[in-house]
Design a protein around this ligand. Structure first.
Ligand SMILES: Cc1cc2nc3c(=O)[nH]c(=O)nc-3n(C[C@H](O)[C@H](O)[C@H](O)COP(=O)(O)OP(=O)(O)OC[C@H]3O[C@@H](n4cnc5c(N)ncnc54)[C@H](O)[C@@H]3O)c2cc1C
Length: 403
């Protein structure tokens, strides 16, 4: 699958991880992790930290799948607003899903501190703008339910937004528990860390093409015929995980992102918060540590890369226009732009765990706008299963709902 095209900023910004190590002998490992993006790297981190021997394989250069194209915002807010998720799934599932998402941002922060991996993680507030009257009604309902369940949230009215942020919008929800990072740097940093500290094995340019399930093991075959025998496998293959699944659980879409030339630090909007909105497809912005602005959005409901790429110029113009409308006084000149495949699920929640009846094949599928926070949750849940610890999150994110 063509996961992205154009010029993703992170691949330019970071030094090339020039790692070429295809599997050229058949091996045995306790846990095989398929995928070296942020999900595979976080799973490897959790397993290595628990003393479990594992091996990561990737068919591409390391972490150059979707993780290299991500705008890497970390928000506890899931694609489906809590008030709507509560209507759909009940508060007993929706509220723990939101709480898990909130907790995962702190867990990522701790993980980068303890490993010393520089993921360019930084806390920034989040501002969720009502795009119109309907959006205002939505955020008012959302404010009520989030307050009731003690999720961090403040309500800003039109006047406050104008006075404090110089933004014209009917209202907004604000919280100071969000963050942003560079998930490409994070994935590479974590993998390198565990190769040195815990003998993690990493094979690039190794595509898994088939597998056999045996009574107590799996035998995975790479495209060059070499095999990997393992007790357990973790599918961290991102939007290409479909081939390992008995049934599709996600809808694939296309999305767009641009990064500006650097601006002066004093030209940024207040607190450099993450900004997004109630309209769909939404438009969102963040800043970078080298004083650029990233804009994302313009999602389309198809995955065909040729159609997706054809729209790139038009999307650049439309996203720039939306930015100029929001902040006419802030300069924005596009420096790089890219597009990518993206995915969502019907209920806004990821799929994590085993498919019923296949107890040794774990899926870590963080589909949706919170892919990275979901990857953190997936890594912890899989570690817990492998170390025999109960995890209440299985009832929320598991595959029972996919049957
Ligand atoms: C433009 C864009 C913006 C985004 N913004 C955000 C955001 O702000 N916040 C957020 O949380 N999320 C965001 N996301 C989503 C987030 O980037 C993804 O959820 C995350 O990167 C997925 O990581 P992953 O490791 O699961 O997948 P990937 O990074 O794609 O890694 C999977 C790897 O598996 C490998 N693989 C697949 N099949 C095989 C096989 N058969 N054999 C061997 N290897 C295989 C691939 O080569 C790939 O490298 C965004 C995504 C895009 C495209």
């Amino acid at each position: 699958m063509d996961l992205h095209s154009g010029l993703p900023y992170w691949i330019i910004k970071n030094p090339l991880y020039n790692y070429f190590n295809p599997l050229n002998i058949s091996i045995k490992t306790d846990v095989l992790i398929i995928g070296s993006g942020i999900t595979g790297a976080l799973v490897a981190h959790e397993l290595c930290s628990a003393g479990i021997a594992c091996t990561v394989v990737d068919k591409r250069s390391i972490a150059t799948g979707s993780s290299a194209a991500s705008t890497s915002q970390l928000q506890y807010e899931i694609d489906v607003p809590l008030c709507q998720m509560a209507d759909q799934l009940g508060t007993d599932r929706a509220v723990p899903a939101y709480l898990a998402s909130l907790q995962s941002i702190s867990d990522l922060e701790t993980l980068f501190k303890t490993t010393g991996v520089n993921a360019y993680f930084e806390r920034v507030p989040s501002l969720y703008l009502a795009s119109n009257k309907q959006g205002l009604k939505l955020i008012e309902r959302e404010y009520e339910i989030r307050t009731e369940y003690k999720l961090p949230v403040s309500y800003f009215d039109k006047k406050h937004l104008k006075n404090q942020f110089n933004i014209s919008a009917p209202g907004a929800l604000y919280n100071n528990r969000s963050a942003q990072m560079d998930c490409y740097a994070a994935a590479i940093g974590l993998l390198k860390h565990h190769m040195e500290a815990n003998n993690l094995q990493l094979f690039s340019h190794t595509e898994i093409v088939s597998w056999e399930e045996r009574p107590r093991s799996y035998l995975f075959k790479a495209s060059n015929g070499k095999t990997i025998s393992c007790k357990y496998v973790v599918i961290a293959a991102g939007f290409e995980a479909g081939k390992f699944l008995p049934k599709d659980v996600m809808d694939l879409q296309s999305t767009y992102a641009l990064v500006s030339q650097p601006i002066q630090p004093n030209q940024f909007w207040k607190e450099r918060c993450l900004i997004w909105e109630t309209r769909e497809p939404y438009f969102y912005i963040r800043s970078t540590q080298d004083n650029r602005i990233i804009i994302g959005g313009g999602d389309e409901d198809f995955k065909d890369p040729v159609r997706r790429d054809k729209l790139l110029r038009r999307k650049i113009a439309s996203l720039e226009k939306q930015f100029h409308k929001l902040f006419p006084e802030i300069p924005f000149v596009t420096d790089m732009a890219w597009c990518g495949t993206f995915s969502s699920t019907k209920d806004g929640l990821p799929y994590i765990g085993t498919w019923p009846g296949k107890e040794r094949m774990f899926f870590a599928l963080g589909y949706g706008g919170n892919g990275i926070t979901f990857s953190m949750i997936a890594a912890q849940m899989i570690r817990n299963r492998l170390t025999g610890q109960k995890d209440a999150r299985e009832d929320i994110f598991g595959f029972e709902r996919a049957k």
